[in-house]
Design a protein around this ligand. Structure first.
Ligand code: BG6
Length: 487
């Protein structure tokens, strides 16, 4: 559905996120006819550019990040014609008047500002928006992650931004919520009657959430080394996934009903403290190894600054949601870079049947397992016990009911940013994080970070191309369970 014309101003317009994700996403929306004239997309940064030189840069980004068969000439031309550029000093005075003049005739349109910059600049930029009178009735401001590096810095940012903008104007992005399969979690749970009655501690043995990447930190070392996997992936993306798995059904699907339920989950997470941090968390850092048979450097070599960094590139941990529904059900979470496979999935492991009527001859009845594959090869598999065909008696085999989205729908899965950018323009906050959610997530993560640092809990090394340190395997095997691996 086409949206009304809007002005979107991208701070950090020459940066990596804009190139890799934002411009390609906007291009695709334009390609599908969702952008209408005279929509403008304004790149902003400190760098000097003319409209023309910036358009050339955007064109190159499209050529790099959008497959060639989607880059039809007329759409590229139409899209580039929407692009403007203004040089602005985010924390200074230069350029703001030019920006104001450029979009002055768009007062009746949605005016969105996307802050794809370091969070250090969120305060200055939003205050400058106000000082330079750029905020209109229809202004929305998108804050890219990371939102701070701990609770205190997140509160500081939220308060500073809150001096200028109402919560209803603030869109804190977590791009995992824009992923097609993540939204499908809502469909799976609440558009079907089958799962909800067994979605509790009486039927679920444990839950696993894995977000594994093959890539290393590459050129992002500067940012990543101040962050680490807990801040970069767990505090936001993985906790959001956990919330969607564990939350109660919201009364409605409006933004606040949904976010109220997620918030309750975050607040119910069992705290990890100095006493439990060693038994409940594993930190890892990759060293030289091989991915797909190609040798890759270790994390410290990749940083290349000669430091003996103690930043974790892998985390595994065990937590619990302390509610009636989930009491006693462990949630095992893990994420890391330079793992053997790129895969994000959620595993709901059900309990064993209360008693086997088949006796020892029936063999082991593997408990049911629901695997929600978020990426790649998006789909849902429900592992069931089925009788092995043939006359040889009752022998059982675990077989998945397999729903592959690619086979079923035969359409391209839109990138998360396509959905989320259009939600900003339409004014839908449901898939964005509210202030209290972000802060509740930090409140849980902070004590882990503090305990690691207080106890000098250095990351264990793991060879690139393996599933993290052996202690990550031990974390779950100690409980008589194993990480899910697709047979
Ligand atoms: C980002 C992290 O938020 O998510 C990156 O900063 C990570 O380190 C990325 O690589 C993963 O996103 P996706 O969509 O590729 O799973």
């Amino acid at each position: 559905v086409a949206v009304d014309p809007f002005d979107l101003v991208v701070f950090g317009g020459t940066g990596d996120l804009a190139h890799r994700k934002l411009f390609p996403a906007l291009f695709r929306r334009d390609h599908d006819g969702q952008l209408t004239d005279p929509t403008r997309i304004v790149g902003v940064s400190r760098k000097e550019h003319t409209d023309e030189s910036f358009r050339a840069e955007v064109k190159e980004a499209l050529q790099t990040f959008v497959p060639a068969d989607e880059l039809d000439k007329p759409t590229v031309k139409r899209f580039l014609a929407r692009i403007r550029y203004v040089t602005v000093e985010a924390a200074g005075d230069a350029g703001w008047a030019d920006l104001k003049t450029l979009i002055a005739d768009g007062l009746d349109r949605v005016r969105a500002f996307y802050l794809a910059t370091s969070p250090d600049l969120f305060d200055a930029i939003t205050h400058n928006l106000k000082t330079h009178d750029l905020i209109t009735q229809k202004t929305r401001v998108v804050l890219e992650k990371p939102l701070g590096k701990d609770l205190a810095s997140a509160q500081e940012i939220n308060s500073a931004v809150g001096e200028v903008l109402d919560e209803s104007q603030i869109y804190r992005i977590d791009h995992y919520l824009g992923k097609e399969t993540v939204q499908n979690l809502l469909a799976l749970r609440f558009a079907n009657v089958l799962f909800e009655p067994v979605w509790d501690s009486a039927h679920v043995d444990h839950v696993q959430i894995t977000v594994a990447e093959k890539i290393g930190v590459g050129s992002r070392g500067g940012y990543y080394d101040t962050s680490g996997a807990l801040r970069d992936m767990v505090q936001n993306h993985i906790l959001q996934l956990l919330c969607l798995v564990a939350m109660e059904p919201p009364g409605e699907l409006d933004a606040d009903s949904l976010r109220d339920e997620k918030l309750k989950v975050l607040r119910a997470l069992k705290p990890i403290d100095d006493a439990s941090v060693r038994s409940l968390t594993v930190r890892g850092q990759y060293r030289t190894g091989a991915i797909d048979g190609k040798s890759v450097p270790g994390y410290v070599e990749e940083l290349g600054d000669g430091s003996q960094s103690q930043t974790e590139t892998f985390v595994a941990l065990k937590t619990e949601v302390q509610t009636w529904r989930w009491a006693g059900v462990p949630f095992y979470l893990r994420t890391g870079k330079r793992l053997p496979q790129q895969v994000s999935e959620i595993v709901i492991q059900f309990r064993e049947v209360p008693r086997s009527i088949f006796g020892p001859a029936g063999g082991f009845l593997a408990p049911n397992r629901l695997v929600i594959r978020l990426q790649p090869d998006e789909g849902v598999k429900l592992y069931l016990m089925i009788k092995d065909p043939g006359p040889g008696g009752l022998r059982f085999r675990e077989v998945p009911l397999n729903l592959s989205f690619a086979d079923t729908f035969k359409v391209r899965n839109p990138d998360a940013y396509e959905r989320l950018l259009m939600d900003v323009i339409r004014g839908s906050q449901a898939l964005f994080m509210r202030r209290d959610e972000v802060e509740a997530a930090w409140k849980w993560a902070d004590p882990i970070l503090e305990a690691w640092s207080r106890l000098g809990h250095a990351p264990s090394t793991y060879t690139a191309g393996t599933w993290g340190p052996s202690s990550a395997v031990a974390l779950i095997e100690r409980d008589g369970r194993t990480w899910h691996e697709d047979p």
